[in-house]
Design a protein around this ligand. Sequence first.
Ligand SMILES: [Zn+2]
Length: 150
Amino acid sequence: MEESQHETAPDLVSDSDPEFLAPDSMGQAIRRGLSLTCPLCGAGQLFRGLLRMHERCDQCRYRFERSPGYFLGSTYINYGVTTLFATWSWILLRFGLQVERWVLIPPLAVFCVIFPLVFFRYARSLWLSIDTFLDRQGALEQRDQDSDFD
Ligand SMILES: [Zn+2]
């Protein structure tokens, strides 16, 4: 019969060292942001519906819900990405493919209204992920902090 010296239970994400779970590069933070998963562990889902976020990660207990105004920064991401796409589309189509102005303006105007609505969740997720990466210590404190929003 074989003896095992240190039989260990499989690691649960919630039992893992949070320092180990945190994203170690901006690329990983952005990937977690775009996949709408927990920025700290990358396993839990961020949203429970179309627009409603979970209060905490169900895998590592990282707190997603923040003080009022925290997610205002995500509008900068949303606005920036929308402007970037619209501007580059204009430059490419107008000056590259010689598309007339009157043909370009209506679809780009519709794009500038619809895209930010579709990108809303991704902008929030990216904001939280990038903040988690840049403020690692603050993120780890958020994991352990009890909710003030119950
Ligand atoms: Zn998590």
